[in-house]
Design a protein around this ligand. Sequence first.
Ligand code: PEP
Ligand code: MN
Length: 300
Amino acid sequence: MKKYFKKDLSNKFPTKDITYDDKKNKLPLSTSKKKKRIVDLGNGVKFGSHDIPIIAGPNGVESHKLMLDVAKCLVKNKIKIIRGHAYKPLTFPYRSSKYKESKNQGMDIMDDIKKSFKLKVVTEITEIKYLDRVCKTADVLQIGSRNMQNLELLKECALTKKPLILKRHFGASLRDMLGAAEHILIEGNEKLILCERGVSIPHTHRDTSRFALDIQAIPALKEITNFPIISDPSHASFWAPWVPSLTFASIAAGCDGLIIEIHKNPKKSAVDPLQPLDFRQFKNLLKISRAVARSIKRKI
Ligand code: PEP
Ligand code: MN
């Protein structure tokens, strides 16, 4: 590995994404290999260790009933982290009548679920003005791919000292992603988890598909950074039938965690109804995922 970063070779690989100079001068904090990086949420939930925690839940906090059903499903399957967004950017400005950002009300629902089920909460932060409310409940703030380079947001999130998930923008290089990570690290927040969630390239016969999971990003990132790398096969494939195989592949590729979208009744999901797994599909996915993890001496 080391030989590729010899100083005198840095400009001799014109297609090389991250040069020796980048590592030294632009990405010193994110690419430092001095420390092992474990993001510990407490209660035995750790990213970057032997365990591979799974974050599961619907896209949005649609209702108390939905989150209750999801929480019960997670507890039954020994999953400790629930997700659901109360604030959410959409690709297009037109919202179906079913869809609404539940905002503070959604955060209150998450708060209630968290207390009743002792689950950790991951939720998206879209704007600085929502930080106070989101931080009251969230154990981890998710910075969505569309906000990967929203530098003011990155800074303010870092200053909360909360653990952060930084999602890679679907058009961003690993160099750009680590650059965004550097903006967080320089504020002194090292509780950082990096997430691969698919890139925008022509790749399939399906008109319903939007992104391709960049599996290679997992070993590539692990080579250059010690921060935990998680994978989101749901947002990458946008298509529930492909989520299991992409999940197994992510585990085999060395991911340190997963985001899986699930819903009691996927067809009724307020957004992206093709994407979530139902509870039975999720249970099946876990069974095989646990076996894949065991085969590489890790644990879900
Ligand atoms: C999400 O996790 O619900 C989401 C919108 O992800 P992304 O920012 O990767 O599209
Ligand atoms: Mn989503």
